[in-house]
Design a protein around this ligand. Sequence first.
Ligand code: ADP
Ligand code: MG
Length: 323
Amino acid sequence: DLLANKIAAGEVVERPASVIKELLENAVDADSTQIIVEIEQGGLDLIKVADNGIGMEKDDALKAFERHATSKIKTDKDLFRIRTLGFRGEALPSIASVAKVEVKTRTLEANEGTLVKIDGGTLVTHDVCAAKKGTEIAVRDLFYNTPARLKYLKSIQTELGHILDYVNRMALAHPQISFRLYHNGRQVIQTPGDGKLLHAVAAIYGSDIARQMVPVEWETYDYKIEGVAGYPELNRANRNHCSFFINGRFVRSYQMMNAVQSAYHTLLPINRYPVVVLSLTLDPGLVDVNVHPNKLEVRFSEEKDVMTAVQQAVESALKGQTF
Ligand code: ADP
Ligand code: MG
């Protein structure tokens, strides 16, 4: 119902970047290999995400906007075994309750596509249309019907900054997907999507940084740790250059940050942060991602064990490294 959606929107949709986050997660979950994001005015006027993923059938395209209709959680156990990025089934209904949303989608098998239009939570159109395989979702006039929210938005530059952070993270988490971001018609991000993390890092941080990085590859019975580790340039050394992903999901983890810093211990002067992109894969049952939709923290059931593995992974990558 509309009120429930608007309330949920208050939690899920804070600013344009939160819309991007949800739409990108859906595009990734849909097995896309190419994702194009177009925004206008920092996302306030328009956020459009086009993917070449599996698309939706006509009925499903409508169901996607019904609260929890698509929740992937059927039992308590499922909560701890989430393998897709989305699982609550409330992002699209929430977004559609506070914006004007238009979806064009088509599955590989379907002869024609589906168009769904929803304005402020009210269904306007559900019809067939011509469409490419995949899904294109346009979100216009975010918060047009919730003026209190609109008031809290910052400048276009600030909103754009949050969006850039988010698209960058997704591109680093998924080097096998090509990401492009256009702001007011100008291309600001492009990653090749060739599956090579270093190429994604080069596209985002620049090839000078990518060139001096070493690969991290570490596998135990329980954990797989992959990524790249480098030495910070003086003026670029800050915490933001450490990106951590757990089972493909970006997380903030002071524990992982500490483990990485311990590994760099003898190499790094105090107060400098390395450039590190680390991806940790483990049994979803050993990590709790069931936190507030906007919180990025996770909880491990064997935290000490995991952090030892992270530190060892980075130490072994840095062995013999002088920079
Ligand atoms: P969740 O991702 O938590 O399942 P959402 O509200 O984000 O919930 O999306 C609802 C459903 O709509 C998804 O579960 C998926 O089935 C479908 N969907 C959304 N976006 C896409 C997309 N880009 N491609 C294919 N299916 C999609
Ligand atoms: Mg989702």
